[in-house]
Design a protein around this ligand. Sequence first.
Ligand SMILES: [Zn+2]
Length: 273
Amino acid sequence: MKNPPVLVAADAAVHAGVHAQAWLQDDPNEGVRHGLDYADDWRYNRLLASLLPAHRERLLASAECVYLRSAQMLHEAAGFIQWVYFPITALASLTVPDRTGACAEVATVGRDGVVGLPLIDGNYTRSRAVVQVPGKALRLRASVVAEEFARHAAVRRLLLAYSQALVAEIVQTALCSRHHALEQQLARLILLRLDRQQAGELAMTQESMAGMLGVRRESVTLAAARLQQGGYIRYARGHIAVQDRGGLEGRCCDCYRTIRLEFDRLLRPRPAY
Ligand SMILES: [Zn+2]
């Protein structure tokens, strides 16, 4: 089992206004630790890259690079949000649990978004944010982001635009899960995840896919088999590789395209940010 990451002070790593701290992670292959290179990581996060330099630098001055572990809880439902995360290579899942503990995914957040958005409206959330794909993120105290949100209209407009995009995704996902074939839902899930992470393959077990879609594992097995038989994906040992991206988009319902277009419309670069 991996040792937990260790927080260390980086000696001369002050760059782009980011704090001189980095999570180091034990390398299981080499037995040595590597510092994570985060100097330009903000470029890979769509929201941070959209901000005007002055606004971005002020936020980055309070940021630190963290390595998020698989299944790590970023915030709990009905919990207080202490940290805000801008994913770089990590991807988180927003789920809503019920009283029995059952939960279903309502949205994912990767390099096109931010985890911890409810802080802008009373810091209360019904959702739980859990890391699905381990990797890097830039982390800030929620109080810092809340202060920037209150003080600067440009930051406010960008976070509200993302909030609107997230609502659009949740609404579309609700429609999709009610009216579209499971095979199409699975294609939507795969395509959105690929867009939001840097790796070209997805690491997902059938159990986790079933949990995300709120269905039985056997149903996911059949849907994945059909996509594989069609030559769209290759699924083996918990890894999904897309073999025919265009074909998979064509096999998917309109929900993937609708969500992607809505994100592009709301988060298109604007001088005001
Ligand atoms: Zn759909």
